[in-house]
Design a protein around this ligand. Structure first.
Ligand code: NI
Length: 409
């Protein structure tokens, strides 16, 4: 059993008490944010609301040069030796284009927009962490940087990437970043923490198959059937994961769109297919892209047609730093009980723009249980998704403990 008093002078009981005291305010933040959802790159009101809350806490919010991002620093007052480190805690706060069907009494006041991914809870928890850490300034040295990040849902114009490019990890230089995401497959009071990765690289591809039109009944041999070529390509793409990549190389390739043909009795001269490619390691990512291109070109050429692959690289994968993993894992065990810190047992193949932090500085990201009944809990991005707010004290405690431990270690 690790002795936590080394890292936390006031003791665990006092921390829980401090968190209990801020929960009514955190709940109000959450409800306000939930009622006022804004989509990626349009989070003006939420950004102003967060900045005002930070001022009320006694902090100085700094607007990002890009978009609606906000950051704020809390400097510890504990005398320290030579080492003054900085840890960033990040929360996103954009919403989705979806009409809410939760029926809750703080439902979205904006038709067609909703916090369906729990980012309202993330931002509210970070404000709670700000308040608690500000009270505990005498207990740590170094700096906690709070990052309120917009536009997580726009993978091609990611808010994380924009804030990093605008310098959020500098001045003071950030040594580590932590992030969390509510997750309905995990019960309240538990987390999923993967030792190696937290999210997958999320790429998008578009294949255009070109053939030659002809009469489909009278003279199919005079055409080049783009639909038949597309069918072969679809079949062959399945072998990338099943036969060309190793069993340890995590990958998913799915085609979600296929469009082609003009009339039932005409050989189609053009088919468009679009899909997603998810991978974890950078080498598997490059290999999957190369194989997609090779297979597509080879099949099209062998059938007398041609094909063009447009491969758009989206988010990279989020990789958890080994030391931070150990730190968060032990602090989460202290907060929740060791039996409640779970290995997911499967790799998350979803995308998350926290990945950009993890590619810049050592990082750790985990999933916070937010369901009372995991079997009947709507998934993320569902119009009925409503994380249970009882998860919030747990999320706050894990983040506060981990930040204190990192800065006092
Ligand atoms: Ni999300």
């Amino acid at each position: 059993m690790i002795c936590l008093c080394k890292y936390f002078i006031k003791g665990m009981k006092d921390l829980k008490k401090l968190i209990t005291e801020v929960i009514p305010e955190v709940t109000e933040y959450r409800k306000w944010l939930h009622r006022h959802p804004e989509p990626s790159h349009h989070e003006k009101a939420a950004s102003e609301y967060i900045a005002e809350a930070l001022v009320n806490i006694g902090l100085e919010p700094v607007k990002s040069a890009s978009g609606y991002g906000i950051s704020a620093c809390i400097d510890g007052r504990k005398p320290s030796g030579e080492r003054q480190r900085c840890i960033a805690l990040r929360a996103d706060f954009d919403a989705l284009e979806l009409t809410e069907k939760t029926g809750c009494d703080f439902a979205s006041e904006k038709p067609g927009l909703m916090h369906a991914c729990g980012h309202d809870v993330h931002a509210a928890m970070l404000l709670g962490e700000a308040k608690v850490l500000n009270e505990l300034r005498d207990e740590f040295s170094g700096t906690v940087k709070l990052i309120f990040q917009p536009a997580e849902e726009d993978s091609l114009n990611s808010g994380a990437k924009e804030m990093i490019e605008a310098g959020v990890l500098e001045d003071p230089k950030v040594d580590a970043v932590l992030g969390q995401h509510v997750f309905p497959d995990v019960p309240v009071g538990k987390i999923w923490l993967d030792k190696h990765s937290a999210s997958a690289a999320s790429d998008r591809f578009r294949i255009e198959v070109r053939g030659k039109a002809s009469h489909a009944g009278m003279a199919p041999e005079r055409g080049i059937d783009a639909i038949v070529i597309a069918g072969q390509i679809i079949g062959a793409i399945q072998t990338v994961v099943s036969r060309r990549l190793g069993a340890d190389e995590k990958a998913v390739i799915s085609i979600g769109i296929i469009k082609g043909g003009e009339r039932y009795n005409i050989i189609a001269d053009r088919v468009i297919m679009e899909g997603t490619c998810r991978t974890v390691s950078d080498s598997t990512r490059s290999k999957a892209e190369r194989l997609l291109r090779e297979i597509t070109a080879g099949i099209a050429a062998g059938s007398g047609g041609s094909a063009e692959v447009e491969y758009l690289r989206g988010l990279p994968s989020s990789l958890n730093d080994a030391e931070l993993y150990e730190l968060v894992s032990s602090e989460a065990a202290a907060a929740l009980g060791k039996e409640n810190v779970l290995d997911p047992g499967k790799t998350n193949m979803g995308g998350e723009d926290f990945a950009y932090y993890s590619r810049s500085v050592p990082s750790c990201f985990y999933f916070l249980g937010c369901s009372k009944d995991i079997d009947n809990s709507p998934p993320l991005h569902s119009s009925s998704f409503l994380p249970d707010e009882e998860c919030m004290p747990y999320g706050i405690e894990i983040m506060v403990r981990s930040a204190l431990r990192f800065l006092n270690d």
